[in-house]
Design a protein around this ligand. Structure first.
Ligand code: HEC
Length: 203
């Protein structure tokens, strides 16, 4: 039995066995819908509910290379150092040398690095083309066992600390929505824009 047919049958049962319209008009949906909590209205078949503004905001975190999407807040290198020790060190090593997670700190590798020798480990200094997307990644993906748990201030601090340890910025650097897009990453020049058109041809 197809899913559409099953759904139609279920809709029919829900209306006392009478044949039902697969796409009820907005007015009949409103009449039959049941509010079961603040801001939540469930459809008659009980499938899903509209996402609340808070639920959307929790997922709407992406930051572009230009810095678009960076939130308010800021963080210092020393705040990041303390957070790194508490939240990141167990997987990425005492000095960012790597462990369960990849190596994050390696100033010497930045001299050659990504694109020159595939055997050289990729770190934030020799691999990330933008400081803004490093923020984006940490905010959405780390720590690996609790992604999304770092606040904007904490993420700014961790980004500042990792950039400073990689000698990309100074120890007095304060990361925020203005300073991160202005950071010059050592390897930005090694990346080229992906100019493939829809035919997948690299020009
Ligand atoms: C439970 C282990 C674990 C913890 C804790 C953890 N990480 Fe990670 N991290 C990983 C793993 C594994 C990867 C590789 C993920 C992948 O490649 O898909 C990673 C990848 C990364 C990367 C990308 C590295 C690269 O260049 O590709 C960054 C940056 C990073 N973590 C930062 C952090 C920060 C900052 C914290 C602390 C808030 C943290 N991680 C905590 C396991 C962890």
């Amino acid at each position: 039995m197809s899913a559409a047919l099953l759904l139609t049958l279920l809709l029919g049962l829900g209306c006392g066995g009478e044949p039902s319209t697969p796409n009820p008009s907005p007015s009949s949906t409103t009449t039959a819908a049941k509010a079961t909590g603040p801001g939540r209205v469930y459809a008659p078949v009980g499938l899903g509910s509209p996402a609340t503004p808070e639920e959307i905001a929790a997922w709407d975190l992406d930051v572009s290379p230009s810095g678009e999407g960076l939130p308010a807040g800021s963080g210092t290198v020393s705040q990041g150092q303390a957070l790194y020790a508490a939240q990141c060190m167990a997987c990425h090593g005492v000095k960012g040398e790597g462990g369960v997670g990849p190596k994050l700190i390696g100033p010497d590798d930045a001299k050659t690095g990504f694109g020159d020798d595939p055997k050289i480990p990729k770190t934030m200094a020799n691999w990330w083309p933008y400081a803004t997307t490093a923020y984006d990644y940490i905010r959405r993906a780390m720590p690996q066992h609790a992604p999304g748990s770092m606040t904007p201030d904490q993420t700014y601090a961790l980004t500042a600390y990792l950039l400073a340890e990689n000698r990309v910025v100074g120890a007095d650097f304060v990361a925020d929505a203005k300073t991160l897009p202005a950071v010059k990453m050592p390897t930005t020049v090694k990346f080229v824009p992906d100019d493939r058109d829809s035919s997948n041809v690299v020009r």
